[in-house]
Design a protein around this ligand. Structure first.
Ligand code: NDP
Length: 288
């Protein structure tokens, strides 16, 4: 009887000291969002615009970025600009941070979200493909974070890293993608420790997402999963921003679809692997 009671008391004590999210927390803040021409990144740009932030967005497709910037200004962004280029190029990744410095002289939040589109398929031993995915989905995140550290130190700002359940649990058919997502956890969780040890007040929030209804994800997974429901990208985008503003260590979205498999991973890993394999319709894989 005592154990759950003490657990409840501890949980109450832990959460009672936590601040609630208010949109004003982002008002006037200077925020970079990568991969914001579509999907979750685009929705984050719109939420930040409504909250009155200064926004700098990136992706490769200029025409889409222009549209997102126009919409952000209509929604009330304090300012909105874009830079188009590929995150395969580390010089471009660093240049985006430089542009923020030129525009604002500082930075409050760096949201790393971009990802190169990947097909679901068996790993075909293509090392060059793994390298490309690691460059875009991992190394460019590192390059941008490193370039932003001096500004974030001064502003006591935040780094928000958008990851996936596939960055915590092994999933089939996404080997290079999962490799990059696991690498993000390793790099940013270790960096968080060092920042604390150096008394540097920069928060790092790692976002663990389940399936979200973006066009890319819906196209890539169509027919492949036997039963997974996709959560809404608008709500997902808001939860990521809230987690960053509240300086949370990790964000789980959608909570139960992500948290329950993570509990299974630690206690019943073989059973979890089996359940995951059962969720795929292998016959429907493209290029299989
Ligand atoms: P989208 O495919 O909708 O958006 C990806 C963004 O990245 C686009 O703006 C795209 O624009 C940009 N991008 C792609 N390749 C490059 C490149 N080489 N250089 C620069 N920018 C690039 O992705 P989602 O919104 O679905 O995903 C967003 C994040 O959420 C990702 O980190 C993803 O891993 C994570 N996530 C998503 C899930 C989902 O189910 N949707 C599940 C779990 C995690 P452009 O093509 O113009 O460059």
């Amino acid at each position: 009887i005592l154990v759950p009671f003490v657990g409840l008391l501890l949980a109450f004590w832990f959460y009672s000291g936590k601040e609630d999210f208010k949109p004003e927390m982002l008002q006037g803040k200077r925020v970079i969002v990568t991969g914001a021409s579509t999907g979750i990144g685009e929705q984050m740009a719109y939420h930040l615009a409504r909250m009155g932030s200064h926004i700098l967005i990136t992706a490769r497709t200029e025409a889409k970025l222009q549209k997102v910037v126009t919409r952000c200004l209509e929604l009330g962004a304090a300012s909105a600009s874009y830079m188009n280029g590929s995150m395969e190029d580390m010089g471009f990744a660093q240049h985006v941070v430089k542009k923020a410095e030129e525009l604002w002289g500082s930075l409050d939040m760096l949201i790393l979200n971009h990802v190169t589109a990947a097909n679901f398929r068996f790993f075909n031993s293509d090392i060059e493909h793994v390298q490309k995915i690691l460059n875009v989905n991992f190394l460019s995140y590192v390059a941008m974070a490193v370039a932003a550290l001096p500004m974030l130190k001064n502003s006591e700002g935040s780094i928000v890293v958008v990851s996936s359940l596939a960055g915590k649990i092994g999933f089939p058919f996404v080997v290079p993608y999962a490799t990059a997502k696991f690498a993000l956890d390793g790099f940013f969780s270790s960096l968080r420790q060092e920042l604390v040890m150096q008394n540097t007040n920069i928060s790092i929030t790692l976002c663990i997402l389940g399936l979200i209804n973006t066009d890319t994800a819906m196209k890539a997974t169509s027919g492949v999963f036997s039963s997974f429901t996709a959560a809404p990208k608008e709500e997902c985008a808001l939860e990521i921003i809230k987690g960053g503003a509240l300086r949370q260590r990790e964000v789980y979205y959608a909570y139960s679809t992500v948290k329950i498999p993570l509990l299974f991973r630690d206690w019943f890993p073989e059973l979890l692997d089996y359940i995951i394999r059962m969720k795929y319709d292998v016959g429907k894989l493209k290029g299989n």
